[in-house]
Design a protein around this ligand. Structure first.
Ligand SMILES: C[S@@+](CC[C@H](N)C(=O)[O-])C[C@H]1O[C@@H](n2cnc3c(N)ncnc32)[C@H](O)[C@@H]1O
Length: 195
């Protein structure tokens, strides 16, 4: 079975958790990779890798001395990610709500970026806010949070924690997708800023 068919079948079983009927296009993958500045990153966390299109694009763009921790809640998608043969990848079956504990478990320090495709629009506001808070807390100074989302919900959830982000639209995706980026203060007195 090809990846898209598999993705759609999983969507039919868990529509709210997956939040999209087809995986991201390669144009969206590239946009996310560029926005997260993967080529200069040492460690990145990906929330909700699905069938791994963005995961592979990140690994292709990253250097050798790099780690990618992917956190996927769906065991069938997780099995897909585990099949990616790359020593830089750690595939973790788990929930983004436990982000802090999961990162601690692997002892990789603070990520330079967190990339997220999990659907904030279908979870409760308190759950979404907690995840955003923990993303902000785990990020390294100067680190980036990059979210690709159909809905604008993530923007309102992020505003009280990370301020105004940079919002882009990737039209070469079905449907066109928002790509949002926030940057954590680097600790030199600057505020969280646009990507
Ligand atoms: C819109 S899909 C994105 C899939 C893939 N990254 C792509 O670009 O095509 C959202 C993904 O987030 C996962 N997900 C949803 N809630 C999650 C959570 N709380 N923790 C981890 N993964 C989650 C879903 O299982 C699904 O794989």
């Amino acid at each position: 079975m090809n990846g898209r068919t598999f993705f759609f079948q999983e969507f039919l079983k868990h529509p709210l958790q997956i939040g999209s009927v087809i995986p991201s296009s390669r144009f969206l993958e590239k946009r996310v990779v560029d926005t997260a500045k993967v080529n200069s990153a040492r460690f990145i966390v990906e929330l909700g890798p699905g069938i791994g299109g963005i995961t592979k694009a990140v690994l292709e763009a990253a250097g050798q001395d790099f780690r990618l921790l992917s956190i996927e809640i769906n065991p069938n998608f997780h099995a897909f990610i585990k099949n990616i043969r790359d020593e830089r990848l750690i595939a973790h079956l788990g929930d983004a709500r436990e982000l802090g504990q999961i990162i601690d478990r692997y002892g990789l320090g603070a990520p330079d970026a967190v990339i997220s495709g999990i659907p904030f629009s279908t979870m409760s506001e308190s759950c979404g806010s907690k995840i955003i808070r923990s993303i902000f807390d785990v990020l390294a100074p100067g680190g980036r949070f990059v979210a690709y989302q159909l809905s604008s919900r993530v923007i309102s959830l992020c505003k009280p924690v990370m301020g105004e982000g940079e919002i882009m639209l990737e039209f070469l995706n079905i449907p066109p997708m928002r790509v949002c980026c926030w940057r954590k203060s680097n600790g030199n007195g600057d505020k969280a800023t646009k990507g």
